[in-house]
Design a protein around this ligand. Sequence first.
Ligand code: SF4
Length: 258
Amino acid sequence: MSFLFDQIIFGPVHSRRLESSLGINLLPADYKFCTFNCVYCECGWTHKENSQKVKLPSRAEVYSELKKNLAKIQASGHHPDAITFAGNGEPTIHPEFDLIIDDTLQLRDEYFPETDVTVLSNASTLDKPRVFQALRKIDKNILKLDAGSKETYQLINLPRPGLSLKHIVGKLKDFNGNLIIQTLFVRGESQGKVIDNTTEQEIRTWIGLLKEIRPEYVMIYPIDRRSPEGDLEKISFDELRTIASKVETEGIKTKVFS
Ligand code: SF4
């Protein structure tokens, strides 16, 4: 069972990490499209079809839908805490991502100048200068790092061929600390292989990477909605707190979500 957003703009929804958040889905409404295929992804498994067949919303459609929704929220007297790029896959894949970011910042300034523009990304496209430059303009980059070792990264995130952990970490370091790292902890089994990013060795290696990246803070959380791989364990809040305290010992802040 999977969970897909069927519109370009959704919410505002109450998010466990972003409070009241108006979401933007730059991916197809009925189809997950991503450079990763995480075992825990609430959108289900990534399809292997040719990406040429995937229909993404146009920049003009996103602009008009966002404007309409912001005007409606303003008229209702509410105020979203965040405008968040999330949705059915990896938002930075969109070929007009950089231009859509510019539009969003302009509309945010017009309607809710206090609201943060946030991108949730798996960090796999940071080597594209237009993506990297666009992300540097926004308020909150929340970028994924689920593993310290390349083996666990492969098992949990199932990235497209050619997307190495080493390369991604190098790009995360280019943010000079102006980023938030998001890490989902999980144990279980997928396709006959043991998945576990909570082992002592794995945590030690992951913290080593965090020390190189020096993020503002690290979001630590367990699986939430149903994942495509059924045999996954939700890590307890207490265990996540223990992991967080090891990170904080290194002078890096954390926020733990259950
Ligand atoms: S990066 Fe996000 S959208 Fe892509 S597979 Fe992983 S959890 Fe799903």
